[in-house]
Design a protein around this ligand. Structure first.
Ligand code: UD1
Length: 342
């Protein structure tokens, strides 16, 4: 019989790509999302790609009664992937309580719901932000967790602690926390992708919207970092590679291959790419210019980070396959599709 996975936040950017990969791997998918930061039409994209329209529940998981009601309704769920969280770093500085309330309550409600119905497997969306600016690169899963530099980052750190403490007294439960580096790109079909609301905060949607004519020019935040070309360096991972890692994590839990009750994995490519290299890659694969200017550093940005992915490669048998050029081309194809650009 098909196993069922609840994808909390499944109409969002990473959630929707993961739903596709799960369905294609033969899982039955139930999506729960408040639609506060995503569109219901994402379900059509998932259906067009997979031929399956996932079951969908619109609800706010940070509301306890609604969340518990969901678990009572779908008591046959085998595993949960929890993506449903706010993720804008700057906004979290301005509205910390909004972030703590949403990101922590939804996690606690999900854990309570899982316990209520005996669902024992959780995959949690964590972030490389838990490492801050590490002294030594690349970062491994053993790199020290530093004090968070934003309330958003703090919600990821606290969430990992909540899961640890919950598992400590619920020995049947297992969890895998996936620490993402910078997810970018879109599905090769261009039927799903990132849909930022308002002015994008993140680099790649800002690039694609600028080239599509929605923004005048991209500001490159700083060219005086201690990096090869002076711009900041990140580990950009294609969202489809990231989505596939979730399926591997779910398989691992449902096949009881976990070595420990709680595991952490870095999900990146292992390569650092600068902001200027991102622009160069975009221009190379699309043949289009990205209007940009260098401005001062953005408050709160770290200089450089990239992942040591050995643990995920060896333990999960997973490796990112797509590079920065694939990311940029797929992101542009998606932007063209939603803007009707030929
Ligand atoms: C941040 C978070 C990360 C979160 C991600 C998605 C931290 C340390 N990182 O990543 O956890 O998952 O957002 O929300 O909290 N840039 C420009 N111009 C722009 C936009 C960005 O030059 O208009 C530069 C930034 O300075 C940075 C790089 O591009 O060097 C990537 O920025 P961004 O896409 O916003 O992601 P992060 O800040 O790295």
């Amino acid at each position: 019989m098909k196993k069922t996975v609840l994808v909390a936040g499944g109409t969002g950017y990473i959630g929707s790509h993961t739903a596709v990969e799960l369905i294609q791997k033969g899982y039955n998918v139930v999506i729960a999302d408040s639609l506060e930061n995503s569109e219901i039409t994402v379900l059509d994209g998932i259906e067009k790609i997979t031929g399956v329209k996932p079951q969908f529940e619109e609800l706010d998981l940070s509301e306890r009664e609604s969340c518990l009601g969901l678990f009572k309704k779908y008591s046959n769920i085998d595993a949960v992937i929890h993506f449903a969280a706010y993720k804008a770093v700057g906004e979290s500085v301005d509205f910390p309580l909004k972030y703590y309330r949403n990101n922590l309550n939804s996690l606690m409600n999900i854990l309570e719901g899982m316990k209520l119905v005996g669902t024992n497997n959780l995959v949690f969306s964590s972030s490389c932000t838990v490492y801050g600016q590490p002294d030594l690169l690349p970062v491994t899963e053993k790199t020290d967790i530093q004090e968070a530099n934003s309330p958003y980052g703090n919600t990821k750190q606290i969430s990992e602690e909540i899961i640890r403490d919950f598992l400590n007294v619920n020995k049947n439960q297992k969890a895998i926390a996936l620490r993402y580096f910078n997810p970018i790109g879109a599905h090769a079909s261009a039927l799903i992708g990132e849909l930022p609301i308002g002015v994008p905060n993140n680099l790649v949607p800002f690039i694609t919207q600028t080239v599509a004519g929605l923004r005048q020019e991209l500001s490159v935040f700083g060219d005086d970092y201690n990096t090869p070309d002076g711009s900041a360096v990140r580990d950009y991972i294609h969202v489809v590679d990231l989505a596939k890692a979730h399926v591997v994590a779910i398989d691992r839990m449902l096949e009881d291959k976990n070595k420990a009750q709680l595991e952490y994995f870095n999900l990146g490519t292992g390569n650092g790419v600068s902001v200027l290299e991102c622009i160069e890659s975009f221009e190379k694969v699309t043949g289009l210019k990205v209007p940009h200017k260098i401005v001062g550093r953005r408050a709160g940005d770290i200089e450089q980070i990239w992942a040591n992915t050995s643990y995920a490669n060896d333990e999960l048998g997973w490796k990112a396959e797509l590079g920065i050029d694939d990311c940029m081309l797929s992101a542009w194809n998606w932007e063209k599709n939603i803007r009707n650009i030929k």
